[in-house]
Write a protein that binds this ligand. Structure first.
Ligand code: FAD
Length: 831
């Protein structure tokens, strides 16, 4: 057995096998796949094999689409038939709300070239008469997907991998990982059968690998422990049952009719498909427990849990309602197996936190569907440095070091039972909350704050009157909260508002090497002492990795502010870069000060008046004037007894300041500002209004307009890129050119809905030309607004386009950047 390889993939389920295959296909000729038992002996063997294309996420839809296309090609390449039954997927809607959900999804699907058709209840009945349709509104039909045999497709990928030179070693367990500075030394133990159990023998070897990928399925927690990291991949029990023959189904098929599609009754939390004259019923029920929180027991191999029929009774009855002919069919078989989950349902794919050349592919709940695409895109990341799509939404570091086993287990259970809920874009999930709260949380709650969950933090989305029911207010159109966000947005445009931005990620970079390092690490000129700049750290491919507001506190002392949702993601990249460059640039101190500093953003034409009431200064009347505190500068000021690092900048595009304050003084400052704000009509404002306002200013947001699939030049931000200096990713950025360009659009949309930032864009001839990445309502223009990417030739101000919303095309026009106050007059207002 070889002991020196380029890449070692740990785990021979569908995911690991696909990764090994794709690494070889991408040109790595020294790849080994290690499996502690037999291939497919993890979750893969008992999967139902459905390959649903439906997915609300842009990146995941790409991954699923790749898999479905790839599995169709695999037989020609390997000679192995993986049993891909392209029967299609029929997603039925019992309510108009569900149809709204499908319409939003359909617009996203179009942006990923995923085909679909709409079906009426009558069309369904005519084609598949066994399905009851009298209570349906309609359905979305994907005719290009279906189901596959999970073990067979894994074996086909394994054969394809072997044909490309991959070494597959079974009955070897990766037990310890040591980075020797150049490569991983992986201690592996030979596993042997003993009394039906699989146990470690005394035989061990060390394999040296430049790169390691773990795809260990339900063993994710054990793997994380061996790596010394924490990840939220914990399995939940998932069951499906196989029914005896249904005589009416047998007859239907005997008459020459084609197989039923996978029939998804989302409102009844279940899916049904044909299986040898009978039906398989799979469910996403309430009460499915997490398992293996602290690792898989030694004696659990390809085992199953006992069926819990009581737990799925409601779904079983719903199936009989939907397909009445199955009522008499008995139960033939049952499967209750561990299915790995993460709190948001996306797997963890990408570099492991804090480790070099260690890659994770863990936490797959749709792992058969995702395996092909994951292998393809992860191999791109490993071999070429980046994938062609932005993989940030799957990044293993999207949960910070605040994440615990208890959090992950409870959240994963919640995620499981939410698989078939209505996926409102304004949804907030309740489990494990509140967890991370800023000190002013209770005060904000008392004043009606409805909170959102951002990287564990509670952050006000909007403020509503007592008794308002956020959950009941959610919608695919304008939710019940919309009017409150409108009032808040107006308060900032016309008066003054206070936003809690405590969740921001904050780092301090200082020391003799800090200036040279940041100059290399980011695209913009570094600010002078006391000034701030907006700037970008790029990937090695020249696309945007992080957006920073940099404050230069002293010659070699910088305060970096980045998005709150991406704390560990940003930190990992920053720290790894510091580690790599310190020898070259000199000593660099990095300090995470995120939880030491609270942030309030005060904004609006009257914001200076409010601050003037409480600022302590020898000459308070001029302390916040343009002369003493110009736009884009930072100063230490005192508000009452609170020392504040104030930054004159406002993400809402109004006159305003960010007030960075010691977290322990937050309540003092909140009370002070609230009292001072009273006579100026200051309103507490949430993130939803802020999100609309920043679009009126064309301020790009990280995670929507800004990410690893576009350069800052494509984001049309040349003013933050200093081409006269050299910086990381510069040459790659320039080589990319402008593939598509970020624009702002005003939209004449429906009266009761705004875009969410996932919609497809069309030209006036009906050709798809781009997609929205943000959307909302503009109080300044009293219509819908959006930002997105279009082909460069179309990115001219005045170009007329159409936005696909609620299955219709709505007129839109590309407007100049910063359509509200393009000259920044209000931001620069003196006083
Ligand atoms: C009842 C049920 C139905 C499902 N239906 C579907 C479906 O219809 N469609 C779908 O897409 N998904 C479905 N799933 C989910 C799907 O089964 C999983 O997402 C998928 O199998 C995960 O594949 P994997 O390769 O990540 O993990 P696994 O298949 O669990 O493979 C991990 C492998 O890693 C090995 N391993 C672990 N640690 C080590 C180590 N240290 N050294 C060496 N080897 C190691 C294990 O032995 C195992 O073979 C279902 C799951 C269940 C339980």
């Amino acid at each position: 057995m070889k002991t020196q390889v380029k890449a070692l993939v740990v785990g021979g389920g569908a995911v690991g096998t696909s990764i090994a295959y794709h690494l070889a296909k991408a040109g790595w000729d020294d790849v080994m796949l290690l499996e502690r038992d037999e291939l497919t002996s993890g979750s893969t063997w008992h999967a139902a094999g459905l390959l649903p294309l439906f997915n609300m996420s842009f990146a995941t839809t790409h991954i699923h689409k790749y898999s479905v296309d790839f599995y169709k090609r695999l037989e020609a390449e390997t000679g192995l038939n993986a049993g891909f039954a392209v029967v299609g997927n029929l997603r039925m809607a019992q309510t108009q709300e569900r149809m709204d959900e499908y319409m939003l999804y359909a617009s996203t699907a179009e942006t990923c070239d995923v085909p679909y058709v709409w079906m009426t209840p009558d069309e369904i009945k005519a084609k598949w008469p066994l399905i009851r349709t009298d209570d349906l509104k309609g359905a979305l039909y994907h005719h290009t997907d279906g189901y596959i045999n999970p073990a067979d497709v894994t074996q086909a990928m394994a054969k394809g991998a072997r044909q490309r030179g991959v070494m597959i070693e079974r009955k070897w367990q990766a037990d310890a990982f040591h980075w020797n500075g150049d490569a991983w030394e992986v201690t592996c133990t030979k596993m042997v059968e003993k009394g039906g159990n699989l146990v470690p023998s005394d035989e061990q070897i060390v394999i040296t690998a430049e790169h390691v990928v773990t795809a260990s399925g339900n063993h994710a927690q054990t793997t994380a422990k061996k790596l010394g990291i924490k990840i939220p991949a914990i399995p939940v029990e998932h069951q499906f049952i196989v029914m005896d023959k249904d005589p009416e189904l047998v007859q239907f098929r005997a008459e020459g009719n084609v197989e039923h599609p996978v029939v998804r009754d989302a409102d009844a939390q279940s899916y049904v498909r044909e299986e040898r004259g009978g039906w398989i019923l799979g469910v996403y029920e309430k009460g499915a427990p997490a398992c293996f929180e602290y690792g898989v027991p030694e004696n659990f191999r390809a085992d199953l849990f006992p069926l819990d029929l009581e737990r799925i009774e409601a779904q079983y009855m719903a199936m009989i309602h939907r397909i009445p002919s199955c009522e008499e069919s008995g139960l033939k078989d049952d499967f209750n197996g561990p299915i790995c989950y993460t709190p948001d349902g996306n797997p963890l794919v990408g570099p492991a936190p804090g480790l070099t050349n260690m890659w994770l592919a863990e936490g797959f709940s749709f792992g058969i569907t995702a395996a092909g695409g994951t292998g393809y895109y992860l191999a791109q990341m490993m071999v070429e440095g980046e994938a062609e799509i932005d993989m940030a939404s799957l990044d293993p570091k999207r949960y910070g070091n605040w994440m615990t086993t208890e959090f992950a287990a409870r959240k994963n259970e919640e995620c499981y039972d939410h698989v078939y809920i209505l996926h409102h874009p304004d949804e907030e999930r309740p489990a494990c909350r509140p967890l991370r709260t800023s000190p002013a949380y209770d005060r904000q709650k008392e004043r009606g704050a409805q909170f959102g969950f951002v990287n564990g933090w509670e952050r006000p989305n909007y403020y509503a009157p007592a008794g308002f029911d956020d959950k009941a207010s959610r919608s695919f159109r304008r939710g019940g909260w919309w009017q409150y966000a409108v009032e808040e947005a107006k308060a900032i445009r016309e008066g003054v508002g206070l936003i809690d931005a405590t969740a921001f990620t904050k780092h301090r970079i200082s020391g003799p090497g800090a200036t040279a390092f940041l100059d290399w690490f980011t695209t913009n000129k570094l600010p002078k002492v006391g000034r701030i700049n907006l700037t970008y750290a790029l990937t090695s491919h020249g696309t945007t990795r992080t957006e920073y507001t940099i404050v230069r506190l002293a010659e070699d002392d910088y305060y970096l502010v980045s998005a709150g949702a991406w704390h560990s993601y940003d930190q990992d990249y920053l720290y790894k870069a510091v580690m790599e460059k310190e020898a070259e640039f000199g000593r660099i101190n990095e300090q995470d000060v995120t939880t030491q500093w609270g942030v309030f953003a005060i904004a609006g034409p009257k914001s200076r008046d409010v601050l003037n009431e409480v600022i302590k200064d020898a000459d308070p009347a001029t302390a916040l004037s343009n002369k003493r505190f110009p736009w884009l500068s930072a100063k230490q000021i005192e508000l009452g007894m609170c020392p504040v690092n104030a930054i004159r900048v406002a993400y809402t595009g109004e006159l305003g300041w960010e007030l960075h304050h010691p977290i322990e003084m937050q309540n003092y400052l909140f009370d002070l500002l609230e009292k001072a704000g009273e006579k100026h009509g200051m309103k507490l404002v949430g993130a939803r209004a802020q999100n609309w306002l920043r679009q009126e200013k064309s301020y790009r947001a990280f995670g929507t307009e800004l990410g690893r699939d576009a350069t800052p030049l494509e984001a049309d931000l040349p003013r933050f890129v200093d081409l006269s200096k050299d910086f990381h990713g510069k040459a790659a950025m320039e080589a990319k050119g402008i593939r598509s360009k970020c624009v702002t659009l005003l939209i004449d949309g429906p009266d009761d809905a705004d875009p969410w930032g996932r919609e497809a864009l069309y030209d006036m001839d009906g050709n798809r030309v781009g997609r929205l990445t943000s959307g909302g309502y503009s109080v300044a223009f009293e219509k819908s607004i959006g930002m997105g990417y279009v082909k460069p030739a179309l990115a001219e101000v005045g170009t007329k386009l159409q936005v696909k919303m609620l299955d219709q095309l709505w007129n839109a026009e590309i407007v100049e950047d910063s359509p509200y106050d393009p000259k920044n007059a209000t931001i620069r207002a003196d006083g």
